[in-house]
Design a protein around this ligand. Structure first.
Ligand code: HEM
Length: 224
């Protein structure tokens, strides 16, 4: 793990050097050029930002797409409906975000004063993690919360967090998932699991909610 992280930091250091020498029309070149009140981002800050964007932006969206494909494989009639009418896919993406939120929890918060939730009081100065999976299945907020309802249209899920730290990449993630599912179903409308569902393993980490792997059988689709 540490070795992989060092390799990634070295990779970004090298990439940033190349962008510094030969800027292009891309995000890293733009970050290199940022000047705020005469101050520039340091090398460490630039590498940290690149790492944040890669990690926050990649695993989350990969799990969103994986969770969506998993749900579709388990519901062939829904899969066929989505393949037949891609205009329904944006609403499906929102429902997958709610039901199988790729970020299982928020990042850590610290209470600045005692907070009472139900019959529990959390003292000041405690670390708190909000379970996004739990709030997104709150029966007081979502009728029949454990059911996938692709036409559910009441918004308000917290899969991208809330408030000042609301996900910076939410529009990008939504776009990526919509495009990926639309293209996948156009090419392989009959996509299905290649293993029995009971063989699938969920990831065990605290933060990410998704599968270890999702073997699928690709149906032949129309020639592109
Ligand atoms: C399905 C995909 C994604 C999910 C579920 C997701 C989820 C979240 C959540 C829950 C937060 C808030 C964490 C908290 O308040 O503790 C967050 C913040 C953030 N996300 Fe995402 N994210 C996704 C995709 C992306 C993408 C594509 C990017 C960037 C390219 C990104 C960049 C960020 C950044 C930079 C923050 C921190 C914002 C801040 O603290 O002000 N995310 N994300």
């Amino acid at each position: 793990m540490i070795g992989a992280l060092s390799a990634l930091v070295a990779y970004f250091g090298d990439l940033l050097d190349r962008k510094r020498a030969d800027p292009a029309d891309d995000l890293l070149s733009a970050l290199l050029a940022v000047v705020d009140e005469g101050d520039r981002l340091s090398g460490d800050e630039l590498t940290g930002m690149a790492l944040l964007l890669l990690v926050a932006g990649h695993e989350t969206t990969a799990n969103l797409i994986g969770n969506a494909v998993h749900l579709l494989c388990g519901r062939p009639e829904l899969r066929d409906r989505m393949a037949g009418d891609p205009a329904l896919i944006p609403a499906l993406v929102e429902e997958v975000l709610r039901l199988e939120s790729p970020a299982a929890t928020s990042t850590y918060r610290v209470t600045t004063r005692p907070i009472t939730l139900g019959d529990t009081t959390i003292p000041a100065g405690e670390q708190v993690l909000v379970s996004l999976l739990a709030v997104n299945r709150d029966p007081a907020r979502f009728p029949d919360p454990d059911t996938l309802d692709a036409a559910r249209d009441d918004g308000g899920h917290l899969a991208f967090g809330h408030g000042i730290h609301f996900c910076l990449g939410a529009p990008l993630a939504r776009l990526e998932a919509r495009i990926a599912l639309t293209r996948l179903l156009a090419r392989h409308p009959g996509i299905d699991l290649a293993v029995p569902p009971e063989n699938l393993r969920r990831r065990t980490g605290l933060l990410m909610h998704g599968l270890e792997s999702l073997p699928v059988r690709l149906s032949p689709g129309p020639a592109l």
